[in-house]
Each structure stands twice: as C-alpha cells, then as structure tokens.
Design a protein around this ligand. Structure first.
Ligand code: NAG
Ligand code: NAG
Ligand code: NAG
Ligand code: NAG
Ligand code: NAG
Ligand code: NAG
Ligand code: NAG
Length: 433
C-alpha cells in the first residue's frame, strides 16, 4: 500500500580493497565528475518541493531514517513507560504519503491546503520523535483488526473533527475498496449537523464524530432569566447525545476552543448549575465544574473493562500580530518553530490541561483505561501546519486566516499515531459483550 518503504532494508555495500591503475582511476574520476554534474543539475532544475517527494533522494539522504518498530516487535512495557508527549520534530522526507494524501475522500475542503493554493510542502516532512522511545509505526490493518465489530467515537469541537478526519483517512489507507467505507445514514460529510458515523463495512466498525464544543448541555433560557442572557451552558449536565457514547470501544473527547469569554459571556451565554443561572461563575470555574460532570458520567456510564477513554489536551492556535478576528496571521510560517522560548503558551489553556490531567489521574486505574492525550507541547511547535489563508474554496477575499485548524495530511496524524501507541500500550482489542 505504501508508496515509500522507509522500513525496507538499505542495500548494503561491501567494500573490498582494490588496486587501481592510474588509467582506471582517471576513468573513475571522470565518471564521478559526470555523475556529480548530473545530480547537481537535477537538484538545481527541479523545484525543491518536488525533490522531497522523490524517493530517490530519500535514499541518498538516509538521515533520519524512520527506525520505528513493526507491529509484531512492539515492546509493550517500553511503550507503557515512555512519555510520548516529550520529544522533538525530526525532518523526514519519507514521511509524506505514508498515511494518505489530499485525495482521501473524507477530508473537509477546508483542510486540503495544497488544493486550496498552498505551494510550500515542507510542513509535510516532519515526524514526531519522542525522547525516550520510538513511536510504533502506524499500521492501519492492525488498528482495523483490533477494532473489528467496534465503535470509535470522537466528541468535541471542530478540532476534534480535524482529528477524526485524519483517523478516517489513516484507516482508509488500509482498505483497498473505498466504496466499502461510507456514512451510515447517507449524510454528506460537509455541512453536517450534530453527528456523523462512518462505517468500515469489512470490519463491522464505525468511526463517529459528535460536534459538542462544550461536551455539556448548551440550553435554553430558564424562566426569569436576567437581561442580557441569551443562553446557558449547563455545567452540571453532560450533553444529551452522551447516551450514544456508552457502548463504545474508543472514546476521544476534546474541548478547549469554546471555553473562553469570546464564545460565552461576551455572546450572552452564562453558566447554569441546577435550576439557576450563576452570573458570577467565571470560565475557569465553569470549565472545572464541567469536568467534574464529565468525570461522574464516565464513572457511571463507561465499562472500565471495555471502554478506552481519552481526553485530548488543548490544540494551540498560532495567530501572530493580532487575534483571529483582528488580522492575526500564520501564512508566513513554512517550518516548525525551533526556538522553544518563542512558543507562545497561553497560560489559561495550560491550566485547563492541568485540570484535565488531574481528572484523568482520578479515574484511571489498572482496570480503567483512561488516558490524557497530551499533544499540546508537540503541537505548539507546528506554527507551519495551519491552513492560514488557504481556506476552503469560496472563502471571501480578506476573510480571517485559519490558524486554529490543521491542514490534512498534517499535525493531527501525529496525534493519532500517539493515540495508537497508547492503545497498543494497553493491548487494545474490541471486547464483545
Ligand atoms: C500490520 O498488521 C498486520 C495485521 O496485524 C500484520 O499482518 C502486518 O505484518 C503488520 N505490518 C507491519 C509492517 O507491522
Ligand atoms: C504535557 O506534556 C508536556 C511535554 O512533555 C509537559 O511539559 C506538560 O507538563 C504536560 N502537561 C500536563 C498537563 O501534564
Ligand atoms: C457487528 O458488531 C456488533 C457490535 O458492535 C455485533 O453485535 C454484531 O454481531 C456484529 N456483526 C457481525 C456481522 O459480526
Ligand atoms: C467495492 O465495494 C462495493 C460496496 O460493497 C461493491 O459494490 C463493489 O463491487 C466493490 N468493488 C470491488 C472491485 O470489489
Ligand atoms: C446542585 O445540586 C446538587 C445535587 O442536588 C447539590 O449537591 C449542589 O450543591 C447544587 N449546587 C448549587 C450551586 O446549588
Ligand atoms: C456561583 O459560582 C461561584 C463559583 O464560581 C460560587 O462561589 C457561588 O456560590 C455560586 N453562586 C450560586 C448562587 O450558586
Ligand atoms: C474564578 O473563580 C474562582 C472561584 O470563585 C476564583 O478562585 C478564581 O480566582 C477566579 N479566577 C479568575 C481568573 O477570575
């Protein structure tokens, strides 16, 4: 399936001591000189972005070989002990195309950056290298086999959709007949409302997405609501669609981009607990209460033996010289940040990550498979991975840049590699009841 096979063994040259005559040496030098000219002109006359996708060059530039383990040789104990969140981005020309391309039919038009005019391609040539171990190589067939007869659910905001689409394409890469993968209710993937469920027919598997930016209920106004209140976020009630998340095998939650003043209080949305609106509850407090609600729901509704539950950490945005609605941009970034001190970590989001990781610690156990999918640090470097001005066709000229979502293929593929590694570390396999 893979076009590039970075794992295949390199041809080994064995050099034996040879004795050359002067004439032979001259011939050799001439030959090598000619070869050098040939290669150099090749390099000069081909745009550099093309070069990176030419396997020939990944062969003569064997640096950063992807020496990850194959599925059969994974050492679960090493993986379990390894901190996957910490490491570095390594340039790797063989990375692009490993999982899928923009041709994947499950991609939002807004995530297909090259089709939307992005001409630099270097953002595709980076892989995440954890400090303490190698990421297991993503094996779509293996993931699909482990998930046979199962359900995988993503619930959260549109960045969760970004990750969902990435996983759909990564898995679809392991299926030869794409017509066997379809939306269960015939819904189109764009302009969706509520939720979508993609069935992998040959594996009796669904991979679903629920759009719930707060995960809790966003509800109508109670009677006698104070003036200026247009809606409420019920921090004490998990979203009613939660009833569909119980009998699943892998659940990936996320929130983040809506828990701020712009998308709540400034829009007239206040927080409600029990029967009354609490006009003084701030965002931090409200987010914590919603997490407590989420935690109770997990403990009451999920089966610790069966459900693998993830909460993905915050996905940082990279607006520079202004906010998203204020001329902020990211289109000049063509490679990841290399200087850690230049990362603009938003403290409120780091605080939210801390709350999430605490809650996960409270519920995880030998029996209960709960994971904090900590991708914030690795994602902070990737200021080059956003659609920026290459938004979906039909976007008006002068519209704000998109420095929140991610081009696909792109950074969320790495989140899913990390997700897969976590699952392998617990030897995930669908358990039928
Ligand atoms: C991928 O997984 C399948 C199914 O488990 C297995 O047969 C195959 O050898 C794996 N491939 C690699 C490269 O590990
Ligand atoms: C997430 O991972 C980064 C990098 O390892 C680490 O610095 C940070 O503390 C982690 N966040 C939480 C909340 O554990
Ligand atoms: C498909 O999976 C469901 C569980 O999600 C199971 O109940 C059903 O028997 C499976 N169907 C087949 C044909 O294996
Ligand atoms: C692909 O799958 C579809 C739907 O199941 C089926 O109708 C079609 O015959 C398959 N095509 C091939 C080449 O197997
Ligand atoms: C909401 O109701 C719960 C359970 O009835 C109670 O424990 C809690 O104190 C109430 N919260 C407020 C703010 O009234
Ligand atoms: C509103 O929430 C705050 C916490 O943010 C709490 O201290 C206060 O008691 C709540 N007020 C009511 C009326 O529940
Ligand atoms: C939010 O409210 C809590 C409890 O009322 C308080 O401890 C905290 O300092 C407040 N945070 C901010 C950022 O105002």
């Amino acid at each position: 399936m893979d076009l590039l096979q970075p794992n295949s063994p390199q041809p080994k040259h064995s050099f034996s001591p040879l004795i050359f005559t002067r004439k032979q040496l001259t011939h050799f030098s001439l030959f090598f000189f000619f070869l050098l000219i040939l290669v150099t002109s090749f390099v000069i006359f081909i745009p550099s972005n093309l070069l990176s996708s030419i396997a020939f060059f990944s062969l003569i530039l064997p640096k950063n070989q992807y020496n990850s383990t194959t599925t059969s040789t994974i050492d679960i104990d090493t993986l379990k002990a390894c901190d996957l969140s910490n490491g570095e981005w390594v340039r790797d020309e063989s990375y692009y195309g490993r999982f899928y391309t923009e041709e994947c039919p499950f991609l939002d038009p807004g995530f297909r950056c090259r089709r939307n005019g992005r001409s630099d391609v270097d953002y595709l040539n980076w892989r995440w290298q954890p400090k303490e171990c190698d990421l297991p190589r993503f094996n779509a067939t293996d993931f699909l086999e482990r998930s046979r007869n199962g359900r995988i659910v993503f619930a959260g905001d549109s960045i969760g959709r970004n990750q969902w689409e990435s996983l759909l394409c990564m898995l679809a890469h392991g299926v030869s007949n794409l017509s066997t993968i379809f939306e269960e209710h015939g819904n189109p993937l764009t302009k969706h409302k509520g939720y979508l469920s993609i069935r992998f027919q040959d594996y009796n598997l669904t991979v679903e997405y629920y759009r719930e930016p707060f995960l809790v209920v966003v509800g109508r106004l109670p009677k006698n609501a104070p003036e200026g209140v247009r809606g409420v976020v019920r921090v004490d009630k998990l979203h009613w669609l939660g009833s569909r998340w119980t009998n699943t095998d892998i659940l990936v939650f996320n929130t983040g981009h809506w828990w701020n003043r712009d998308k709540t209080v400034k829009m007239g949305f206040y927080f409600q607990e029990n029967e009354s609106i609490n006009m003084t509850m701030n965002i931090t407090e409200a987010f914590q209460r919603s997490l407590t609600t989420w935690k109770s729901w997990v403990l009451q509704n999920l089966d610790p033996e069966k459900n693998h539950v993830f909460y993905r950490s915050y996905s940082p945005a990279h607006f520079r010289d202004g906010a998203w609605n204020d001329g902020g941009h990211c289109d000049r970034n063509t490679s990841p940040e290399t200087d850690y001190t230049k990362l603009e970590t938003e403290s409120s989001n780091n605080l939210n990550n801390l709350y999430v990781s605490h809650v996960i610690k409270q519920i995880e156990s030998k029996k209960r498979k709960a994971y904090f999918l900590n991708i914030t640090y690795l994602t902070e470097f990737r200021k080059d991975g956003h659609p920026s001005k290459h938004r979906e066709p039909g976007t008006p000229v002068g519209a704000p840049q998109d420095c929140s979502h991610w081009c696909l293929p792109g950074v969320p593929d790495t989140w899913n590699e990390v997700l897969y590694a976590h699952l392998l570390s617990r030897d995930f396999k669908v358990k039928l009841k």
